[in-house]
Design a protein around this ligand. Structure first.
Ligand SMILES: *Cc1c(COP(=O)(O)O)cnc(C)c1O
Length: 411
């Protein structure tokens, strides 16, 4: 692997951006080394500025479910661009995409488009607080919902203790309102509800945990959350920014057959352009300004370029058998890895749901070695043990078998 140009660009970037990057994990902090600077991507592949070619399992951290630069999406976005990028006024495209989203996520009777998953989650929690008149919220240890102050909180020593901020700059008084439970542990949620009677506005959860590596929900966990929320007058927020249009067309709520009160979407919904959305029952959403008293806004929200990329992406995802195909190709990869773990007695386990998967090594050092060896041989994985890998519809048996051959040679 040549890295001359990446090295040069990274050195320049280090003087321009904190850590040389515009989002922290990209800096390779957890694995060391120089991140390849990307020149272009097409389908399942990505190329760096030194001409190295990789099979991509990052997929822009989720959005690239069609593979990169799908010709139909590219053509539609190019045509839309010629008519102007953003007007700050209503367009029909917003309704076109909203109708598709509502058809796919019936729990979102009304919705709002924003420009990131962070905004979607932040606004969803504001909606829950404004509607219930309660300030405290429950989230899960390791759950990531973007970087809003009150969502950047992890557990204290015990699951039911007041939150401590996981970032400097988050006031303790904000963090106190965020209570942290353990994922897949209903008891830890119940304890918090019992200790905070009539004070919890909502529970926000990644229905399939994806930001601590991929961890599927245990049977009954999501239903149990819904029951606890109902019993306590709290709202259930599914943060499907990663799982929406990913684990099934209709996300985890379709896969596990649970209707949350509020849903957050992001990543795939913008087909690679910046889009997020949150939505729920009509009466709930009508609490938002200008109809209601809860404020939320955005200069670039619903802009025609992003809406177009979303519409074209969802059109393709709505075709028959798309998820069967995606899950089949993903299963070829994950069962191949599973087999390798068994026959080679590797200290690791693989977890996943559909096209989301993580290979968890027993020892972090083993992950680092694996990561760099894979990169060297043209397999581009997320540079952290605690992230999810994504397979796209552009991945074929050829890429999967190449990947398995590489893994066979380095594991
Ligand atoms: C990525 C992600 C977010 C944040 O989305 P951004 O677009 O990066 O702001 C929120 N929630 C979940 C579950 C995510 O995976």
């Amino acid at each position: 692997m040549k890295q001359n140009c990446s090295q040069k660009f990274f050195e320049e970037a280090l003087n321009l951006f904190p850590g040389g990057v515009n989002s922290p994990v990209r800096a390779f902090g957890a694995v060391g080394g120089t991140p390849p600077f990307i020149a272009k991507a097409q389908g399942p592949k990505i190329w760096d500025v030194d001409g190295n070619e990789y099979i991509d399992y990052v997929g822009s951290w989720g959005p690239a479910i069609l593979g990169h630069a799908h010709p139909k999406v590219v053509a539609a976005v190019q045509a839309a661009a010629a008519n102007g990028f953003s007007f700050g006024a209503p367009t029909e495209l917003e309704s076109r995409l909203a109708l598709m989203v509502r058809e796919i996520f019936p729990s979102m009777e009304k919705l709002r488009f924003v420009s990131s998953g962070t905004e979607a989650a932040m606004s969803a929690v504001r909606l829950a607080r404004g509607t219930t008149g309660r300030d405290k919220i429950i989230k899960f240890e390791g759950g990531y919902h973007g970087h809003a102050d009150f969502l950047l909180v992890k557990a204290g020593s015990g699951g039911a203790t007041f939150g401590i901020p996981s970032s400097a700059g988050v006031p303790k008084d904000f963090a106190k309102l965020t209570l942290t439970a353990a994922y897949n542990n209903l008891d830890s949620v119940k304890k918090i509800f019992d200790a905070n009677k009539n004070e919890i506005a909502c529970v926000i959860v990644e229905p399939v945990a994806g930001n601590v590596g991929c961890i599927p929900p245990q049977t009954g966990f999501l239903q149990g959350l819904q029951n606890l929320c109902k019993a306590n007058g709290a709202l259930l927020i599914f943060d499907e920014v990663m799982t929406g249009f990913r684990v099934a067309l209709g996300g985890a709520q379709e896969l596990y057959d649970i209707k949350p009160d509020i849903t957050c979407l992001g990543k795939i919904i913008g087909g690679g352009l910046p889009v997020g959305a949150y939505g729920g029952r009509k009466e709930l959403m009508d609490n938002m300004a200008p109809l209601g008293k809860i404020y939320q806004a955005g200069t670039l929200s619903g802009n025609p370029l992003a809406m177009t990329a979303g519409i074209e992406t969802l059109k393709i995802l709505s075709q028959k058998k798309v998820y069967e195909k995606l899950n089949e190709i993903s299963a070829r990869l994950t069962s191949g890895i599973q087999e390798m773990i068994k026959t080679k007695k590797i200290g690791a386990k693989i977890e996943g749901v559909g096209s989301m998967w993580t290979l968890f090594f027993d020892r972090l050092d083993d992950f680092k070695k694996f990561f760099h060896a894979a990169l060297e041989k043209g397999i581009y994985l997320p540079p952290s043990q605690f992230e999810t890998c994504f397979v796209s519809l552009a991945h074929t048996n050829i890429e999967v078998d190449n990947t398995l051959d590489v893994f066979e040679s380095i594991l």
